[in-house]
Design a protein around this ligand. Structure first.
Ligand code: CA
Length: 477
């Protein structure tokens, strides 16, 4: 059992270690160094905290100094975090039980109920608040971030005990809601803020070095429901397996949302805040001022609010997909490089359009006499074009050429989001004389349309295409 009270000795030890580390690792400069992080979570309520925790621990940009829990059953939640750390081999990260009511169940039950603190290899502090304060003051990098993804009682209590911590750390919070398409939504607000309103007011009015906010709207869009989810579901990775195991238990425990755990994740709000802590690139970030109202709503208030960097939206759907790829890669290992076969809705061509329309969308390997044919002409270039069922990140084409008088010597593959603007994704010569599908790996590109331009035929031969298949990562099952 490793429940430690704060002692002077420990503080001295931690400080000494930090100083030694700084002295030996000062060379590469601040950009190449890890960001120290305190992760404050209500793990045990929603399942997204567990995804966020695994993602955080798998992010080499971050150095997790402490995990603190809160909202309800803080010690039970600390043991949930500890069991997760044990499962993924990260018992080096200390956990602390923070502030919260004690008469409640967790939605992960009975997952951590049999967990023996006495046998736990790592450290669980009974006073997360004190440990949080110590950790902030022990930081010598000046880059410490508190990533808060639950109702903020523990952070608020730390500020009450020692208001000076705010000036030494940045706050990154999954919190708040700033857009209400529906009037009725206004009553609901966002739960991390609404559940503990005075605490949220205290946290957001404190003079943090910076405040970063991942609000409800864009964070709600983190949802896996395609081959990305299936990749996590089928992964042998200990982090992925732990997430899926608890996700199924969690789904059985809750009655406010239903997800088919064989097909999709729930909304992974908290993962956005973790991502924001090391990479703000995918977000539209507005420097605004915000405050928490008495009713627990978050509002933009340029006069009375606190300055915050608010990620009001993802820069693009592509930016969101890129983030999801990274999330999945870090949790479950690399996705299959070429993705899966994508549905083709239609085809057209510079010549023999009807032939292209009938033959190419199927992805079948057609007989030579059924192939799409370019014309025997010097008119260049000739092409066929595919329209995908929905936009996707395209990664590979397979094309089966037929035995024409000569093979097309040059091929260019172009991609387009709208069928108007085109960009080159692959260009080269096709020398092989294989009769089946030949692979053309292309740089991952978001596209709805693909055009294959065939060059090098002339009046004495034509290009024959017996089939074409497209591979990549798509949105949606
Ligand atoms: Ca949470």
């Amino acid at each position: 059992m490793h429940v430690l009270q704060r002692t002077g000795l420990l503080v001295i030890l931690v400080t000494t270690l930090v100083e030694v580390k700084i002295a030996t690792a000062a060379r590469p400069g601040p950009q190449s160094e890890k960001t120290p992080v305190i992760f404050d979570t209500d793990i045990g309520e929603d399942i997204d905290d567990l995804w966020a925790l695994v993602y955080l621990l798998r992010s080499p940009e971050m150095d997790v100094k402490l995990i603190t829990t809160g909202f309800t059953l803080p010690m039970r939640k600390a043991t949930i975090a500890a069991k997760a750390l044990d499962r993924i081999g990260r018992t080096d990260v200390p956990v602390g039980a923070g502030v919260g009511r004690r008469d409640y169940n967790t939605n992960y039950r009975p997952w951590a109920d049999d967990f023996q603190r006495e046998n736990y290899k790592g450290t669980i502090y009974e006073d997360a608040v004190g440990k949080l304060i110590d950790t902030v003051h022990a930081d010598k990098t000046g880059r410490l971030k508190i990533v808060a993804v639950g109702p903020m009682q523990t952070v608020a209590e730390a500020l009450r005990r020692d208001p000076s911590i705010a000036e030494k750390a940045e706050l990154v919070a999954m919190a708040g809601r700033f857009r209400y398409p529906d009037e009725a939504d206004k009553k609901r607000g966002e739960s991390n803020v609404r559940c503990k309103i005075p605490e949220a007011q205290r946290v957001f009015s404190a003079p943090w070095k910076k405040i970063w906010i991942a609000p409800w709207g864009p964070s709600r869009r983190v949802h896996l429901y395609d081959e990305r989810y299936r990749h996590v579901l089928n992964s042998d990775d200990a982090g992925a397996k732990t997430i899926i195991e608890v996700y199924k238990i969690w789904q059985d425990n809750i009655n406010w949302a239903w997800h088919d755990t064989d097909k999709e994740s729930s909304n992974l709000y908290d993962t956005m805040a973790v991502h924001m802590a090391w990479n703000t690139e995918p977000f539209e970030i507005s420097p605004l001022k915000m405050r928490v109202t008495e009713e627990g709503l978050t509002v933009i208030d340029q006069k009375r609010g606190s300055p915050a960097h608010m990620a009001m939206e993802w820069k693009s759907d592509f930016a969101l997909r890129k983030f999801k790829n990274e999330l999945v890669r870090r949790i479950a290992g690399s996705l299959p490089e070429t993705g899966v076969r994508l549905g083709v809705a239609g085809a057209t061509a510079s010549v023999n359009q009807e032939q292209a329309r009938q033959l190419l969308p199927s992805g079948e390997l057609h007989r030579q006499d059924k192939a799409w044919k370019a014309e025997r002409t010097d008119k260049q270039p000739q092409w066929f074009q595919l329209e995908l069922e929905r936009p996707a990140e395209v990664r590979m084409l397979k094309i089966a050429f037929g035995f024409g008088a000569r093979w097309p010597e040059e091929i260019e593959i172009l991609t387009s989001r709208d069928g108007d603007g085109w960009q080159s994704a692959w260009e080269g010569s096709n020398k092989t004389k294989e009769s089946g599908f030949k692979r053309f790996p292309i740089k991952p590109t978001e596209a709805k349309f693909l055009r294959v331009v065939v060059k090098g035929h002339g009046t004495w031969h034509s290009t024959l295409v017996k089939g074409v298949r497209v591979y990549g990562l798509r949105e949606g099952g």
